[in-house]
Ligand binder design. Structure first.
Ligand code: PLP
Length: 395
């Protein structure tokens, strides 16, 4: 008997979800390459370096030793202890291992955090331009994103935030250094934001995944400003960017034990623990030599300087050199016209005509801008920058 497939209906919650634009672009680049069309990919949000050898060796050793079973849901005690040590050492925040959870990338932890913190209709204040994953995750938690719109040079202030707070605000999302702008929050301003959050009883999620990729100043964690802000902050971080471990899928968060228990409980019903092998590798990343990290940062510094120098020669575009992360966020408004009315159209034409992939600002709630990643080889950056310059000049 032939049974006709029932129409597959997708929930409205998921239907209204905007899929990750950067991952979408990456798929498009891979498809073009599979057709034999060479593309320079400056759209990526991941270091092009390989995971440092000593970290890989720790992963291989874990496999060889049969460390291939389920672990404790929030991560093995040894890893949580090591993360707590790192947070004490680097970020001057004291956490117990029971206040730490490791998960399948910081992305998963952020998702669980919004689920754990937000009631339906709660407001989550997000400074924009922003990584839209936050926005979609907030919506999936039934909460409402409220934007604090920043203009170039995209420096967040307590004053700007205060204007967006209301009695319905439950969470404030911070990301410094930021994706996509590379902007950081100045220390004094961060202190004021901490005071504001304490005074208004708003919870802070602080995504510090780019803390190690910084070109000026020193990173400061909001939770380090004292016990009252520490108890209402979830400090989120991971291994993807600092240790070139995007594919290992491991990130972590530290915060009040009640919240960590809630996130762990959610995790126990979604993914269980993150990969046992990745956990062993992550311990080595924190314990072992930090020299590869310094080398990566040095290389990013050179690339940043190159890109800033070569693109500042183009009159029709403007940008502020990033303070951290590995992106240049460029205003292309003056190049838009009736044939290319949006940054998306501009990027699509750049890809079609010059075979350079970059991400349009619409993907970060910043129309009129484009994000150029310098997590690419100098060879690709040189060719990419030349093509972007030609394209901008209408050649
Ligand atoms: N946070 C920010 C700001 C990011 O840009 C990214 C990745 O692009 C992540 C978090 C997610 O990192 P992961 O899930 O690999 O730890």
């Amino acid at each position: 008997m032939h049974v006709k497939n029932k129409e597959t209906t997708i929930s409205s919650r998921v239907r209204s979800l905007a899929p990750s634009p950067t991952l979408g672009l990456d798929t498009e680049v891979k498809n073009l390459r599979a057709e034999g069309i060479p593309v320079i990919n400056l759209g990526l949000g991941e270091p092009d370096f390989s995971t440092p050898a000593h970290i890989v060796r720790a992963g291989v050793a874990a496999l060889a030793q049969g460390f291939t079973h389920y672990t404790e849901t929030p991560g093995i005690p040894e890893l949580r202890e090591e993360i707590a040590k790192k947070l004490r050492r680097d970020n001057k925040i004291s956490y117990l291992p029971s206040e730490v959870v490791a998960g399948v990338g910081s992305k998963q932890i952020l998702y669980h955090a919004f689920q754990a913190l937000c009631e339906r209709g709660d407001h989550v204040v997000i400074p924009t331009p922003t990584w839209t994953t936050y926005v979609e995750q907030v919506k999936l938690a039934g909460a409402l994103p409220v934007y604090c719109k920043l203009t170039s040079p995209f420096k967040l202030t307590a004053l700007a935030l205060a204007k967006r707070f209301s009695p319905r605000t439950r969470v404030l999302l911070l990301n410094s250094p930021a994706n996509p702008t590379g902007a950081t929050i100045d220390q004094e301003e961060l202190r004021r934001i901490a005071e504001l959050a304490v005074r208004t009883r708003i919870f802070v999620i602080s995504d510090e995944i780019y803390e190690k990729i910084l070109y000026q100043g020193k990173h400061r964690s909001i939770a380090s400003f004292g016990p009252r802000i520490r108890e209402r902050t979830l400090t989120v971080n991971g291994f993807s960017k600092a240790y070139a471990m995007t594919g290992w899928r491991i990130g972590y968060a530290a915060g009040p034990e009640r919240l960590i228990r809630a996130i762990t409980s959610l995790q126990s019903q979604t993914t269980s623990n993150t990969s046992s092998i990745a956990q062993k590798a992550a311990i080595e990343a924190l314990r072992g030599s930090q020299a590869p990290l310094a080398r990566m940062r040095q290389e990013f510094t050179l690339r940043r300087e190159f890109l800033v120098r070569s693109l500042s020669r183009i009159d029709s575009i403007s940008f502020v050199p990033p303070e951290g992360a590995f992106y240049l966020f460029v205003n292309v408004q003056r190049l838009l016209n009736h044939r290319m009315p949006t940054a998306s159209a501009w990027c699509a034409k750049l890809l079609k005509e010059k075979r350079v992939a970059i991400v349009p600002g619409e993907s970060f709630l910043a129309p009129g801008f484009v994000r150029i990643s310098f997590a690419a080889s100098m060879h690709d950056l040189k060719r990419g920058a030349r093509r972007i310059a030609d394209f901008s000049r209408g050649r």
